[in-house]
Ligand binder design. Sequence first.
Ligand code: PLP
Length: 249
Amino acid sequence: MCLAERMSTIAHNLEDVRQRIEAACAHAGREPGSVRLLPVTKTMSTDTIMQARAAGCRRFGENKVQEAARKAEELSGEDIEWALIGHLQTNKARVVARFAAEFQALDSLRLARELDKRLHTQGRRLDVLVQVNSSGEDSKFGLPPDEVVGMARQLGQYDALRVTGLMTLAVFSADRAQVAACFERMRAIQAQLRDTDAVRVGEGWDELSMGMSGDFELAIEHGATIVRVGQAIFGARLDANDYWPGVTG
Ligand SMILES: *Cc1c(COP(=O)(O)O)cnc(C)c1O
C-alpha cells in the first residue's frame, strides 16, 4: 500500500470508530462527548502515529514503556501526549515520570510511591488510573476487586499522582454476558469508591477505562468513559503476542 492510501485508511477507520462510539452513546442514552477515544499505537511506527495526529488524535496509548519512550523521543517536537496502559515494573517508574501524561496501569502502592517520588524530582504530575483484574484470570494484571478500596485509601498521600479512575481488560470471550459482567464489576467498584469518604482523591473516580477493538461498544453500554482502541484503527498487529496486553517488556 502506498503512503497516501494508508493515510486515508487510518483517517477512515478513525471516523468509523468515532461514529460507532457516538452510536453506542446514543444507544445507551449517553452524551457523545462522555467517551474519550484513546488510540493504541503499540507496534505501530511513528509515521503511522503522525497520520493519526493529522486526523486529529493527540494522546496515544502504548503498553510498553521502552517503546513508548523511544517514540516520545522521536516525536518530541510534536504536539503529542502519551498514555501508558501496560503493566510497569517499579524500576521503570523513572522513565514514565519523565514523559507520560497518563498512566492507566497502577496496580501497587509500591509503584505509586516510586512514581510519586520520581515525578517530584521531575516537577511533574501524572494522571493515573488504578488497574483492576475484573476477570480474575491469572494472566491479567491489576488489583483484585476487593483490594481496590484499601489501596485507594492510601493514594491521597501521593500528591504528584492525579487519580482519575479505574482501568480494566475484560475477559477475552465470545460470551458477551461474561464480558459485560467484568464491566459491571468495574461500575460497582467505582460506586463503592464514591461512597467512601476516605478515598475522595483526585478528580473523583470519574474515569472508567474499559473496552478495546472487540468490545468497546459493550463497554460504553456499561459505563466506559475511555475506550482504548488499536486494531480497529490501525489494522491487525503483526505479532500475535502483542494482542495480549498482559505481555510486557
Ligand atoms: C493493545 C491494548 C489495547 C487495544 O487493543 P486492540 O484490540 O488493538 O483494540 C487496549 N488496552 C491495552 C491495555 C492494550 O495493551
